[in-house]
Design a protein around this ligand. Structure first.
Ligand SMILES: [Zn+2]
Length: 270
């Protein structure tokens, strides 16, 4: 059980994994992070051949059925994985560890520099003005959905433009990561604010002969609330309340009243 570090061209498993085609969203997870059992809590029940997968990631020699058949190992054949099963388990385990690593401090820093270098691509929306995207998953359960890209400027989620990312599991990035990255690096929010302020709200949306299409029209703008950002102090306060908790019924009533007022003022503006 030793790593083959003697050879000159030896590449660690983690480095090999990150260098694979389509794996450029991943950062190499620090060895110390994987060796700390606390960080791996609960993963043993999610990954088949967990021990063997973990040893593979850490570059220990692991016997497979093929090794026994070829006579290179004398281990008991019965409870050994096949080579392909072992590599699948190792990739699954690495992905799940990766999702935890990128919400730790060193992981966030590593992902932030990738974000800064624009490794995840730009938002395709014109008004986001090339805002850099953040990889995320729509679920933390593996095997459900592939990786998505979140734009902090328009708050929308996009599919990666290249098909090479279509078999990357979204849970390897997780649902927590984008929110935490933005909170950890306020500069990202700042970049979004600059872009949002640059756009004149009146210029947004489709027009016919210079007239804006009514919002209640079938062909009118959709999901406008997605592009709305709090402007006044009251609106920001309301937004923060909604973000962290479900408003109580009293508050909801108040908000309904305010909404009505808003509608009136908007109607009169138009
Ligand atoms: Zn965007």
């Amino acid at each position: 059980m030793s790593s083959g570090g003697e050879e000159g061209d030896y590449v660690p498993w983690i480095q090999q994994f990150c260098d694979l085609f389509g794996h450029d969203y991943f950062v190499p997870v620090a060895q110390e992070f994987i060796e700390d059992d606390f960080n791996l809590t609960g993963l043993s029940s999610q990954v088949p051949y967990y021990r063997e997968a973990l040893y593979t990631i850490l570059d220990y020699q692991v016997d497979t059925i093929e090794d026994v058949t070829n006579g290179t190992s004398n281990s008991d054949k019965q409870d050994l994985p096949t080579k392909s099963l072992l590599s699948h388990s190792a990739e699954l385990l690495y992905g799940l560890i990766h999702a935890r690593y990128i919400i730790s401090k060193p992981g966030l820093t590593a992902m932030a520099s990738k974000f800064e270098r624009n490794d995840f691509g730009c938002c395709p929306r014109y008004y986001c003005d090339g805002m850099h995207l953040i990889p995320c998953g729509s679920t933390d359960v593996p095997g459900q959905e592939t990786v998505r890209l979140y734009c902090p400027c328009c708050n929308d989620i996009y599919l990666p433009s290249s098909s090479r990312y279509l078999n990357i599991d979204g849970s390897f990035f997780g649902t927590t990561f984008p929110g935490l990255l933005i909170k950890m690096f306020p500069e990202i929010e700042n970049q979004c604010r600059i872009r949002i302020n640059k756009v004149n709200q009146n210029e947004l949306g489709l027009k016919l002969f210079g007239f804006r299409i009514n919002e209640s029209s079938i062909s009118g703008p959709r999901m406008k609330w997605l592009r709305m950002h709090p402007k006044s102090i009251e609106q920001r306060h309301e937004f923060e309340n909604c973000e962290l908790s479900i408003p109580s019924e009293d508050e909801m009533d108040d908000e309904d009243d305010e909404d009505e007022d808003d509608d009136k003022t908007m109607a009169s503006e138009d």
